[in-house]
Design a protein around this ligand. Structure first.
Ligand code: GCO
Ligand code: MN
Ligand code: MN
Length: 412
């Protein structure tokens, strides 16, 4: 093939995306509670070892493009849209008003707001640092985000306390830091109760998000399970208002099984919000778009969530790879990721109603006949053959993933 002229590259991308087929209409995509973060498509590709590869984009552009794709909800960190020095000033109100009109113009809703407590130098020692001034400032920031959330009619507020921990061990008293961190969340909940009362709105759902590594050296609440323990620790004044925003990749990063982590949140009634993406075990936070690394595991995750009627947001918390251009973010990343999610969601429905999986599962639950529970060998023998169904169910899920259950055939 001859080298592709620069002015023909975007049309090549468009043609090949078209050729892939299988895309859903914006109307269909809008039926799902899929939320689009401001920070994901505007991530420029920078990191400690990486220079930016994409140009900055405004929230107006992000909203316009989400609306075109059919992502119906938008969410943001406070400082994604309001520079730190403009917070608490009249500039903040101006920007919030611009956000409101842009949401309205594009027919979007704001689902969630979150406070940036990791990037700015003020958080060098974490959001619950020793200095009372830092903690006071953190409380003001959290309260301010809650107020912005009500202003934008959001339902959720997320906390990713990425800097809650330390680089150097021994200098920080973990128990004290956790108590101080709880003070911050308590203040946010109290502000929320107050504002909700004045505005006659429901309070927000406060969702904690864990990540096992990065950006702090050691993290005090590294997993969703650690956060559940924190929520039920007695340190929170309003534990009923606080739940989880697990992220698929963050559970995988520590070597956990995301589906099992979600199940533990579900049984506690704390699965409020869900960040969807993909990546690798025991590596850094690559935030690859859903289904590109672990599609079978993703199918299993969605089977769990569908069968438990999870109805919270699916938040597209991904980072476009550094090889994707500004154009590619909207032409490839966002629409294909949304479509993979919907396809996997539909497949999860097929798995739930599949007669083979259903019969196998029912048989496993019925157990083998004729066992005497006082006799270990009779229990083993009664169930021995039935247990091969586990592997059969896994095979059937694979067939559903690749379409073999619909008659897709292969030849050697
Ligand atoms: C990550 C984190 C963030 C948070 C966000 C919301 O992947 O680094 O998930 O993207 O979701 O900060 O608070
Ligand atoms: Mn996340
Ligand atoms: Mn992540």
């Amino acid at each position: 093939m001859d080298p592709i002229p620069q002015n023909q590259q975007t049309s090549l991308i468009d043609r090949l995306v078209q050729a892939c087929g299988g895309s859903y209409s914006p109307e269909v995509r809008r039926r799902y509670f899929i939320t689009g973060p401001q920070w994901a498509p505007s991530y420029e590709g920078q990191a400690v070892f990486h220079a930016p590869v994409r140009a900055p984009i405004t929230f107006e552009k992000v909203m316009e493009e989400y609306a075109k794709v059919g992502v119906g909800y938008w969410c943001t960190h406070d400082t994604d849209v309001i520079p730190t020095n403009d917070l608490f000033t009249p500039r903040q109100e101006e920007i919030v008003n611009r956000i409101k009109s842009s949401l309205q113009k594009n027919g979007l809703k704001c689902s969630m707001v979150t406070t940036e407590t990791f990037h700015h130098p003020v958080w060098a020692g974490g959001p619950a640092a020793e200095s009372p001034d830092v903690r006071e400032y953190a409380k003001r920031r959290l309260a301010n985000t809650v107020a912005i959330g009500h202003e934008l009619e959001a339902q959720f507020c997320v906390y990713w306390p990425g800097m809650l921990g330390y680089y150097i061990p021994g200098a920080v008293d973990e128990t004290q830091t956790l108590r101080w961190f709880a003070d911050g969340l308590n203040a946010a909940c109290e502000t929320d109760i107050e504002i909700a009362k004045n505005k006659n709105r429901p309070t927000l759902k406060h969702c904690m998000e864990a990540k096992p590594f990065e950006p702090q050296g050691e993290i005090l609440l590294p997993t969703s399970d650690a956060m559940l323990a924190f929520i039920f620790s007695g340190l929170l004044k309003h534990p009923d208002m606080v739940g989880l925003n697990p992220e698929y990749l963050h559970e995988l990063m520590w070597g956990g099984e995301p589906r099992a982590a979600l199940a533990r949140a579900l049984v506690c009634g704390k699965l409020f919000h869900f960040d969807i993406n993909d990546g690798y075990r025991l590596k850094h936070d690559v935030d690859i778009a859903i289904g590109l690394v672990n599609p079978l595991d993703w199918l299993n995750v969605l089977v769990l969530l569908r069968s438990h009627n999870y109805n919270g947001p699916f938040n597209l918390d991904y980072k476009p790879p550094r090889t994707t251009s500004n154009y590619g973010v909207w032409a490839v990343s966002v629409p294909t990721m949304v479509d993979r999610f919907i396809t996997l969601w539909e497949m999860a429905g097929e798995a739930i109603s599949d007669p083979i999986i259903k019969e196998a599962t029912d048989a496993l639950k019925a157990g083998g006949a004729g066992a005497d529970p006082r006799d270990v060998n009779s229990v083993v023998n009664a169930n021995k053959e039935l247990l091969s169904l586990h592997e059969l169910i896994a095979h059937r899920l694979f067939q559903i993933l690749i379409g073999a259950h619909r008659g897709r055939t292969y030849s050697l």
